[in-house]
Structure formats: C-alpha cells, structure tokens
Write a protein that binds this ligand. Structure first.
Ligand code: 13P
Length: 267
C-alpha cells in the first residue's frame, strides 16, 4: 500500500497509525521550542510522508507557542503533568482547564520522574486521570517497574498494581481516551532500552489485564506505547510488534533530525 500522505492534514481514517509522543521534560525555553516547531513543520510540509500520529509535550511555558505553530494540523499537543483539582489555592500548579485553554488535547500522567521526585502515588495519579477525563483531556498514563523490581522479576505484579489503581473508576467510555505508556524505569535516560521481545510480552500482559478489567474490545483498542531510550537506531524494531502502538520519546525527541527519524521508522 502506498504510504499515507498524512502531511499536516488531519486524517481520522487510520486508527492503526503508530503514535509517537515527544516528552521534552524540563528542556527548551520559548525560543528553542519555536525553533523546533518551525523545523518540524517545514520537514512535514516538505516530505508529506509521515505516517504516524504525533503528539508534542513541551514544558508548560511553551504550550501556547507550540500550539500556535500546529493548531489545526495533525500534530497534537500534550502537557507533562496537571493538578488533580479544577481550581483553587494551589500555588504553582496547573489545572486541566488551563491546559485546554493552551490547546492541549493530551496530558502525560504518572511519569516515573513524577513518581520518583515528586512522590506521586498510584492513588494520586488515579485522581488526576479521572479529573483529566472529566475535563475532556486525554491522559497518557505511565507505568513501569524499576531496576530492582525488574531484577527481582516483579515486573508483572508491579505494573498490574499500577494499572489497576491508576485506572480505578475509569469507565469503558473513558478508556477510549486513555493511552498507556509502558516505561520501564531502568530504561529511561539510561541508553539501555528493553528488547522488543520484553516490550511485546509486557504489552500482551497489559492487554490481558485490560480484558479482565474491561472487555476484549478495550483490550484490543487501547493504545499502549513503549518509552525508554528509544533512538532512531532501535525504534523500528521496538515498534514492530503489532501490540506496540508507538513510543514515548524523551532525549531523542529534543532534536528534529532524531525525532523525525523515529517517526519515519514507525511505518
Ligand atoms: P528517554 O527516551 O530519554 O529514555 O526518556 C523516556 C521517557 O521518560 C519518556 O517519557
């Protein structure tokens, strides 16, 4: 089949496209974010061969600027975190409504760095997931085992607990807007990615769990992406299994060349 000429035009007919999410973490000020967006935009307009769904998650301070660049195109905007309440005296926090007002459609929740450095628990992440859905944002829920748990062969019980608690009270309808990101903590920023086989087996385990929690359809249709040291070199292999719907990219999403190479290896 001829590759879809997605370009910057929205194409809602291809749900099986891989999903490539850029998590810039605490990188890029306003000017750098605008430069990246201009470069990515001109690449997409020039080549028009990108057959993937792209979501950019810049820091809060660049959301509006990136939105201005891509508003109305197939490139979507996401935030990296949000508060679990809608409004109030929470100095320094950002609400779902604020994110929506900047053009966000998605929000990353429960990233391991939020869990590790800001003490976010599964119960708190669950509150955020419910709030995001309630306010019309699509959560990208991160789960994954740490190195000790990995070495102790506890991956399955750990992610089972994470997914059960993080998705508590999320309805079947709500699940249509939830993406799960499997990010083994030992693979994040370490240059040590999980193997395609490991990723495939964890994703299959998660789908079995979703079937138990919901039903066959949700187990099949929920997007599950992999994150952790994805590079242009390993992306093709990691995204090859059908059960892997794409990737959540940290370091390699900061440079347009590398990010585009990852996008291009997704089809
Ligand atoms: P790296 O791609 O830098 O390992 O980061 C992965 C990640 O944490 C994405 O959310």
């Amino acid at each position: 089949m001829h590759p879809a000429k997605a370009g910057l035009t929205e194409n809602k007919k291809m749900p099986s496209k891989k999903l490539i999410i850029a998590n810039w973490k605490m990188n890029k000020g306003l000017v750098q974010s605008q430069q990246f967006s201009d470069e990515l935009k001109s690449y997409i307009e020039k080549h028009k061969v990108i057959d993937a769904e792209i979501i950019l998650c810049p820091p809060f301070t660049s959301l509006e600027a990136v939105n201005r660049k891509f508003n109305g195109t197939a490139v979507k905007l996401g935030a990296q975190n949000m508060h679990q309440e809608s409004i109030g005296a929470y100095t320094g926090e950002i609400s779902a409504g604020m994110l929506k007002s900047c053009g966000c459609e998605f929000v990353i929740l429960g990233h391991s760095e939020r869990r590790q450095y800001f003490n976010e628990t599964n119960a708190l992440i669950n509150k955020k997931v419910l709030k995001a859905l309630d306010e019309g944002l699509k959560p990208i829920v991160c789960i994954g085992e740490n190195l000790q748990e990995h070495d102790d062969k506890l991956t399955e019980p750990v992610i089972e607990e994470q997914i059960s608690v993080c998705l508590q009270h999320v309805s079947e309808e709500g699940m249509a807007n939830v993406t799960i990101a499997y990010e083994p903590v030992w693979a994040i920023g370490t240059g040590k990615n999980a193997t395609a086989h490991q990723v495939e087996s964890v994703h299959n385990f998660l789908r079995k769990k979703l079937k138990k929690m919901y039903n066959e359809e949700i187990s099949k249709n929920t997007k599950i992406v992999y994150g952790g040291s994805v590079t242009p070199e390993n992306a093709k292999e990691l995204f090859a299994p059908q059960t892997v719907n794409g990737g959540l990219i940290g370091g390699a999403s900061l440079e347009v060349d590398k990010f585009v190479a990852i996008i291009n290896s997704a089809h």
